[in-house]
Write a protein that binds this ligand. Structure first.
Ligand code: PSU
Ligand code: MN
Length: 305
C-alpha cells in the first residue's frame, strides 16, 4: 500500500490543478469534544470550499498518510479513541505499526509538503509553554515552521503559552510571523496579545508573494500568518487570564506533562469558560480556513519571481 493516499476530492483537485488547503486532525481528536469536533471539521472544510479552494484534512489511518478524508473516514476519526498524537518524531512509527494517528501542526506541515500543498489552516500553533525554563516544553511546531516550506494560517499561538518566549524562539528560528490586517499579535481566543507582531500584511496576495519569494531565495521553512479571531467571537484577554492561570496550576498539580499538556489545558479552559472557549475556537478556525483558501488561490495567480 502506498504511504501517501488521497481522498476523492483531493485527488480530483490534484488532477484539475485546483488550489488545495491542508487541515490538521489533532484539533479533531485531541482539541475538541465529540460531536463538536466532527461538526467543526465539516464546517471548516465547507469554509474552504465556499472560498474557492479544496480542503484536504490530513491524518494517518490504517498505516497510510491520508491527504483528504472522505466523509465516512472523517467521522471514524472524530469518533475514534486512543488515537496517537503525531508530531515529526511519531509519524514514521505510527505508519510502520499500521496505527491511526492525528497530525499536529508539525506533522501536518510535513504531510502537506509531501503532497505538494503549500497552505495549511489550523486554530493555533504550539509554542513555548509557560515554565519552559524548567520543563523545556517547547512544541515541535516551531522547529517545523523553520524547516518545512508551508504557509500556516493560525490565530496566533494559543494563549495558554508563553507568547513573548514563543515570539523570541520564532525569531531565532527565522520564521516570519505575519499579523494579518493589524499590528498586534493575536492571542488565539483574543484579538490582541498586547505584543506587537514582527511583520504585518493586509492581503492574501502579499502573503502568496512572500511565500514565493522565500522559495526563490532558497530559504527553507514556512511562514506563520497570525489571523485575529473575528471581533464578535473573541473572549477578552483579561477575562481569560485568571482562567488560564487556574488551568495551568491544575495541570502542574496533576503532574500533566509532555503531549498531554495542550489537550489538558484546552479541556480545562473549555470547562472554566462554560464552553465559550470552544465556540471561539470554532469561529477562529473557520476564519483561518477562509484566509488560507484565499492565499491558496492567490498562490496560483502569483508567478515565481
Ligand atoms: N489548535 C487548536 N487546537 C489544538 C491544536 C491546535 O485549536 O488542539 C493542536 C495542534 O495540532 C498543535 C498542537 O500542533 O495542538 C500543539 O501540541 P504541542 O503543544 O504538544 O506541540
Ligand atoms: Mn510539548
Amino acid at each position: 500500500m502506498p504511504v501517501l493516499t488521497y481522498g476523492t476530492e483531493a485527488a480530483e483537485a490534484r488532477a484539475s490543478g485546483a488550489p488545495l488547503v491542508a487541515l490538521e486532525s489533532t484539533i479533531i481528536t485531541h482539541g475538541m469534544p465529540w460531536p463538536q469536533n466532527l461538526e467543526t471539521a465539516q464546517a471548516v472544510e465547507a469554509e474552504v470550499r465556499a472560498a474557492g479552494a479544496v480542503p484536504a484534512t490530513i491524518a494517518v489511518m490504517d498505516g497510510a498518510i491520508r491527504v483528504g478524508l472522505d466523509a465516512p473516514d472523517l467521522e471514524r476519526l472524530a469518533r475514534a479513541e486512543a488515537v496517537m498524537k503525531l508530531s515529526r518524531a511519531d509519524l514514521a512509527v505510527c505508519l510502520a505499526q499500521g496505527r491511526t494517528g492525528a497530525t499536529t501542526v508539525a506533522a501536518t506541515m510535513i504531510c502537506a509538503h509531501l503532497a505538494g500543498i503549500a497552505v495549511f489552516a489550523t486554530g493555533g500553533i504550539g509554542g513555548v509553554h509557560r515554565g519552559a525554563e524548567s520543563s523545556f516544553d517547547i512544541s515541535a511546531d516551531l522547529q517545523e515552521l523553520a524547516r518545512t516550506p508551508v504557509t500556516v494560517v493560525a490565530a496566533g499561538a494559543k494563549a495558554i503559552l508563553d507568547l513573548p518566549k514563543t515570539l523570541e524562539m520564532l525569531e531565532t528560528l527565522g520564521v516570519p510571523v505575519i499579523a494579518f490586517g493589524q499590528d498586534a499579535l493575536p492571542a488565539f481566543w483574543s484579538r490582541d496579545s498586547g505584543l506587537a507582531a514582527p511583520l504585518r500584511m493586509d492581503s492574501a496576495t502579499d502573503i502568496a508573494r512572500a511565500h514565493r519569494m522565500r522559495a526563490a531565495l532558497g530559504l527553507c521553512g514556512g511562514q506563520l500568518v497570525a489571523n485575529p479571531i473575528p471581533a464578535a467571537d473573541e473572549i477578552a484577554a483579561d477575562v481569560l487570564a485568571p482562567l488560564i492561570a487556574q488551568a495551568q496550576a491544575e495541570a502542574a498539580a496533576a503532574g500533566i506533562a509532555a503531549k498531554a499538556v495542550t489537550p489538558y489545558l484546552l479541556e480545562r479552559i473549555f470547562a472554566l469558560t462554560e464552553g465559550r472557549s470552544l465556540a471561539a475556537n470554532i469561529a477562529l478556525v473557520r476564519n483561518n480556513a477562509r484566509l488560507a483558501a484565499a492565499v491558496a488561490r492567490a498562490l496560483q495567480e502569483t508567478a515565481a519571481p
